[in-house]
Design a protein around this ligand. Structure first.
Ligand code: HH2
Length: 297
């Protein structure tokens, strides 16, 4: 059975086990160099306005990131990350339109963000830097997203290879979950992510999206982030700005495979597409359709 709750500080998300609706996490990158939206929301006011717009489109969570993790990037210092992030968070957390996630793997940055009131940390390295980040989350009662990454952003796309893709990703995430719980993060405050694009070939990404159910034994909500990523570009031969249809297809497939949280740039479009896909998934099948109690609504 899939988890039915995910808690980030004082906010609890729940899923109806009969008709689970995927949560939508809207992306706000305050970076000059993110692959899809770099440089657009560097000013705190612009980032804040964008976050409000995503919330109005139906985002359940907003994920704010200040360090690009696109393939080949080499990272920035904690001081620079804080300088980019904190003005935006200060503005956003004065009147948060929904719970706020911070995309960081640095304990210092997470500490500053959570002290301002952020609700969760989204760690694309899955605690590769050790348990300090998890301890910070535990102290604040914050949520923690653990993402599978093979290598580092600088090296991760150099011929990634797996003998058993699904088993290796699951076991790696299981170890990260155990480390987070040992550091004091509440079991219901953790979600996991197979890490689309983080040390994966196009085929690896497609298999992970198709087989999200392979992560069900971890007992955690599965978050997935296919939005505008390069596997879509590889399939369609289009730049990031023209990857909306590919993103919608990936999100629908992921939801049918069991994804419970979708991290996306195009919140409104994804929400509408996914709601229809969920209604089809949950429609009565076959003879059930003749039962008037089930065929309505
Ligand atoms: N992907 C990116 C960043 N953070 N977090 C989770 N949980 N899952 C993901 O797949 C994921 C993530 C990379 O995408 P983006 O933020 O759009 O670009 P960049 O790293 O260039 O800022």
């Amino acid at each position: 059975m899939r988890p039915i709750a995910f808690r980030v500080r004082d906010h609890e998300f729940t899923w109806d086990p009969g008709r689970p609706r995927a949560l939508i996490m809207g992306i706000v990158n305050v970076t000059p160099d993110s692959f899809a939206d770099g440089g657009r929301f560097l000013e705190a006011e612009a980032a804040y306005a964008h976050a409000l717009a995503l919330a109005a489109e139906g985002a359940d969570l907003i994920d704010v990131g200040a360090e690009s993790t696109r393939p080949g990037s080499s990272g920035i210092s904690a001081a620079e990350e804080r300088d980019r992030l904190l003005p935006v968070l200060e503005r956003l957390l004065r009147e948060p339109p929904c719970p706020i996630s911070v995309d960081t793997s640095k304990p210092d940055v997470a500490e500053a963000a959570l002290a301002l009131g952020a609700h969760m940390v989204n760690d694309v390295t899955g605690l590769a830097g050790g348990p300090a980040l998890a301890r910070v989350c535990a102290r604040h009662g914050a949520g923690l997203g653990l993402v599978h990454m093979r290598g580092t952003p600088r090296t991760m796309q150099e011929a990634p290879h797996y003998d058993d893709l699904l088993g290796e990703v699951r076991e790696w995430l299981a170890a990260a979950v155990a480390e987070a719980e040992a550091a004091g993060v509440a079991p219901e405050a953790i979600c996991v992510d197979p890490g689309v694009g983080f040390g994966k070939t196009v085929t690896h990404n497609l298999t992970l999206l198709k087989r999200i159910d392979a992560l069900a034994p971890l007992g955690k909500p599965v978050l997935v982030g296919p939005s505008r990523k390069s596997f879509i570009g590889a399939l369609l031969g289009v730049p990031p700005a023209e990857r909306l249809e590919g993103t919608l297809a990936a999100c629908i497939a992921a939801v049918h495979a069991g994804a419970q949280i979708l991290r996306v740039h195009d919140v409104g479009a994804v929400r509408r597409a996914v709601r229809v896909a969920e209604a089809i998934r949950d429609a009565p099948d076959g003879e059930d359709a003749l039962d008037p109690r089930r065929s309505r609504g």
